[in-house]
Design a protein around this ligand. Structure first.
Ligand code: PLP
Length: 485
C-alpha cells in the first residue's frame, strides 16, 4: 500500500505539524495571525490535531483495530438495515424535532424510545440527548447542589471535567484511578473536612466510568459501592457511572456494567452512549423521576437546545433493537473470543517472556484477565519503551494493522501506548496476523542495533519507522518518535 500517498492519513497528519512560517494573506491580519500562532504552538510540539480518514478507511488492505464500531453494527450493514426498517415502520414521522424538548420538541416516538431504553437497562426513566458529551455536561450542571462535593476517578473523560467545571458544587476531589484504598481515604477526608456532609445534609457525588478507554480496564464498581455505603451509611454518597465504553459490550444484552453487577437500584445516574458499540451517536441518561426532573429543569444543555430529531432517535432505537437481538449477542461473543484469542496468542509466543523482561512489551490488563472476566472489555493497551511507541505503530501500519497511538496530550507525558480495539468483524486471521506483526517488530528490536539499551544504537529506528523518518527528513519534519540526530 502507498503509505506515503500525499493525501493519505499518515502524510496529512505528519505534515500538518509544520509551523506556518510563511503567513498566508489572511494570516497576516492580526486576527488570523493570533489564531495561527495558537496553532503553531501545537504544531511545534507535534500535538496538532487534524481531521483525516483513518488508514483502514482508505485502504482495504488495512485491518481496523482502532474504531469504536465494536460490534461492527455499522460496517456489517446491520445497523443500516434496522434503521431503514425503523423508518419504514414509521412512515408518517417528521424527520425533524420541531423545537426544544421543553417547548415543541417532545413527541410520542421519542417518549416511547426513552421507555424502551429505560426498561432495557432496568431504570425508572431515560432521557435522550444528542451526544455523551452533552449528557455529561447536563449531569454535572444539574445534579450536584451547592455544598455537595464531587469525588472523581483520576482518569474520567474530558466531558466529565467540562461538566464538573460548570457545576454548582465547587469542592472537587480526585482519587487514584480504580484505587479502592485511595477511594476510601478520599471519602473519609471529605467527611473529616465537611461537617454538613458528615451529618448527611450534603452529598458526595462520585464520578466513575465503567471502562476507561485509554487503558481498557474496568471500574471495580461493586467494591466502590460497598466502600461508599460503609463510609457514608446515611446514603449521601451517590454515583454517576459513565458507561460510554461498556454500552452494548458488557452485561446482559450489553446493558452495561451496572446491570452486569445487578446495581441498578444502587446507582443514582447512569449514562450510556450510542457513539461506540451502537455505531451511531447520542446518549441516554438513566435515573429515577427526580433525576429526570432535575435534568430538564437545570441542565442548560437540554433546555437551550433542539430536542433529538426523529431521524436520530430512530437510529438509536435501531441500535438498541440490535443489542437485544441474536445478532447482537453473536457480535458480543465474537468480540470476547477475539480478545481472548489475542491475549492467549500473544502471551504464549516463545518471545513473550524476553519481550516483557526487556521492556519491549507490556499489557497492563493481563493481571486481571483470567480470574475476572468482568475486568476486561474490548480494549487492550500495549506498552513498549516510551521512545519506541511510534516505531511499533509504524511497523503495524506497514504490516496492514491500524491501531491507535495514544500520546500526550491525550494521556500524561511518558504514558504513551498503543490502543487496540477488538471488533466483532475482526477475523481470527487478522488477530493472528496482528500478533505475528508485533513479534516481527520485537525480533527486529532484539536483533538489531535499535534496542536503545544502555545507549546501544539508541538513535536507530526500526525498519518501518526508519522509512517514515527518512521521508520526514527529506521534508524537514520532526516528531513522531524520530530520533534526534
Ligand atoms: C467516557 C466517555 N464519556 C463520554 C464521551 C462522549 O460521548 P459522545 O462521543 O457521545 O459525545 C466519550 C467519548 O469519547 C467517552 O469516552
Amino acid at each position: 500500500m502507498d503509505i506515503f500517498s500525499p493525501t493519505g492519513p499518515l502524510v496529512t497528519r505528519i505534515k500538518g505539524q509544520q509551523p506556518q512560517l510563511q503567513p498566508s494573506p489572511e494570516a497576516s491580519q492580526s486576527f488570523y495571525r493570533n489564531l495561527e500562532d495558537a496553532l503553531d504552538a501545537r504544531r511545534t510540539s507535534h500535538t496538532l490535531y487534524s481531521i483525516v480518514q483513518n488508514s483502514w478507511q482508505v485502504n482495504d488492505a488495512v485491518a481496523d483495530f482502532s474504531s469504536n464500531d465494536i460490534l461492527s453494527l455499522g460496517s456489517s450493514g446491520l445497523l443500516r438495515a434496522e434503521y431503514l426498517n425503523e423508518l419504514a415502520q414509521n412512515p408518517a414521522s417528521n424527520p425533524g424535532a420541531g423545537g426544544s424538548r421543553l417547548i415543541d420538541g417532545n413527541y410520542t416516538y421519542l417518549e416511547e424510545t426513552e421507555q424502551v431504553i429505560a426498561s432495557f437497562h432496568g431504570a425508572e426513566t431515560a432521557l435522550l440527548l444528542a451526544s455523551g458529551y452533552e449528557a455529561n455536561i447536563a449531569i454535572w450542571t444539574a445534579i450536584p447542589r451547592p455544598g455537595d462535593v464531587i469525588l472523581y476517578d483520576a482518569l474520567v473523560h474530558a466531558s466529565t471535567h467540562d461538566g464538573m467545571d460548570q457545576s454548582l458544587a465547587v469542592e472537587r476531589e480526585e482519587f487514584g484511578h480504580n484505587n479502592i484504598v485511595d477511594f476510601r481515604r478520599a471519602l473519609l477526608a471529605i467527611l473529616e473536612s465537611k461537617p454538613l456532609v458528615k451529618q448527611g445534609k450534603r452529598s458526595i457525588i462520585i464520578a466513575v466510568e465503567s471502562v476507561y478507554s485509554m487503558d481498557g480496564d474496568v471500574c471495580p464498581l461493586q467494591e466502590l459501592v460497598d466502600i461508599a455505603k460503609d463510609v457514608c451509611p446515611k446514603g449521601n454518597a451517590q454515583f454517576v457511572v459513565d458507561e460510554a465504553h461498556s454500552t452494548g459490550v458488557l452485561g446482559p444484552n450489553g446493558a452495561g456494567l451496572v446491570c452486569a453487577l445487578g446495581l441498578e437500584n444502587e446507582i443514582a445516574v447512569v449514562m450510556h452512549t450510542c457513539g461506540k458499540a451502537l455505531s451511531s451517536r447520542g446518549a441516554a441518561i438513566l435515573g429515577n423521576k427526580t433525576i429526570k426532573a432535575m435534568l430538564i429543569n437545570f441542565a442548560k444543555s437540554i433546555i437551550f437546545t433542539t430536542a433529538p430529531p426523529f431521524a436520530h432517535v430512530a437510529l438509536m432505537r435501531a441500535g438498541y433493537k440490535l443489542l437485544g437481538s441474536e445478532q447482537g449477542q453473536e457480535a458480543r461473543d465474537q468480540v470476547r473470543s477475539r480478545l481472548e484469542f489475542f491475549l492467549e496468542t500473544i502471551t504464549s509466543h516463545p518471545l513473550w517472556e524476553e519481550a516483557t523482561a526487556k521492556g519491549l512489551l507490556a499489557i497492563p490488563i493481563l493481571k486481571d484477565w483470567e480470574e475476572k472476566p468482568l475486568a476486561t472489555s474490548h480494549i487492550v493497551t500495549i506498552w513498549t519503551r516510551q521512545h519506541c511507541t511510534y516505531w511499533l505503530y509504524f511497523h503495524l501500519l506497514f504490516a496492514g494493522f491500524c491501531v491507535f497511538p495514544v500520546e500526550h496530550p491525550v494521556v500524561a507525558k511518558n504514558q504513551s501506548r498503543l490502543k487496540v480495539t477488538f471488533h466483532a468483524g475482526n477475523t481470527e486471521t487478522q488477530v493472528e496476523g496482528l500478533v505475528v506483526a508485533i513479534y516481527e517488530w520485537v525480533q527486529e528490536m532484539l536483533d538489531s542495533q535499535c534496542s536503545g539499551i544502555q545507549g546501544k544504537g539508541k538513535n536507530k529506528a526500526t525498519r518501518a519507522a526508519g522509512e517514515v523518518y527518512a521521508w520526514m527528513a527529506g521534508e524537514k519534519l520532526t516528531g513522531f518518535g524520530m530520533p534526534a540526530v
